[in-house]
Design a binder for this molecule. Sequence first.
Ligand SMILES: Cc1cc2nc3c(=O)[nH]c(=O)nc-3n(C[C@H](O)[C@H](O)[C@H](O)COP(=O)(O)OP(=O)(O)OC[C@H]3O[C@@H](n4cnc5c(N)ncnc54)[C@H](O)[C@@H]3O)c2cc1C
Length: 264
Amino acid sequence: MQDFGFHRPKDVADAVKLLKKAREGKLLGGGQSLIPVMKLGLAAPSDLVSLAGLRELAGIRIDKAELVIGAGTTHAEVAASAEVRKAIPALAELAGHIGDPQVRNRGTLGGSLAHNDPSADYPAAVLALGATVQTNKRKIAADDFFKGMFQTALARDEVITAVRFPLPEKAAYAKFPHPASRFALVGVMVAKGPAGVRVAVTGAGPAVFRATAMEKALAGRFAAEALASVPVPAAGLTSDPLGSAEYRAHLVGVMARRAVAACS
Ligand SMILES: Cc1cc2nc3c(=O)[nH]c(=O)nc-3n(C[C@H](O)[C@H](O)[C@H](O)COP(=O)(O)OP(=O)(O)OC[C@H]3O[C@@H](n4cnc5c(N)ncnc54)[C@H](O)[C@@H]3O)c2cc1C
């Protein structure tokens, strides 16, 4: 690893100032993605601006018909939260199966979304639940946030402060995890809520995406059997040593049916 400056801002505005001042500054959440990336030499920021302990990024609350989770909330806090378990049990369940206890106790919701790993779990939840990503500058709809592999709509000096999840009628997440990392080889989140039926797939392609043919079928009849005749093309899906595109396409179908069956 190379040398870098380390900063502890007092609030989000201070963090943004420090980022702008740095030659190549990077925000640091739980460090569960950024530090491995730096260790591999794939990033060499001149300055790390820590978001740890910032009160503006903390808290879980219900606001009207939305569950609002601060971007600095760890996966373990989401998994253990009574509010999340009551409002969107599928989200707590998803958070509880991210990585291992170390990752869950350090990694944050904001960091996971900003990193947008093609196999990460939270992007599927944010997209399927039709959530809104709140930053220090604006609100970004889930459909406009994820732009491609490790790419998002965030500007260089933009900080995710919270995520607003509309309360679904029912939702569930089914994941086929990599046996070592627990990242999703394929994960499918299904939700029926204010925006209708939404199905989001992670792990299968270069970035999270909506399975619109499945959404249409489920809008007609919300049952796992309704997906039986929906084809999942392998074209455009990821082929790597962990699985071929055809295998992933098969898993998308299986995980989607499991998620629908588990919907509560
Ligand atoms: C062994 C291992 C297993 C894992 N398994 C899984 C898994 O099963 N499922 C899964 O989904 N993930 C998994 N992860 C990734 C994990 O969830 C990370 O915690 C998450 O991807 C990054 O969150 P973080 O807070 O650690 O962010 P960091 O690593 O600190 O930062 C990641 C990126 O986000 C930016 N960033 C951080 N916070 C903000 C913010 N508030 N606003 C804007 N930008 C921000 C940083 O600048 C950086 O570019 C695993 C990681 C490891 C090491």
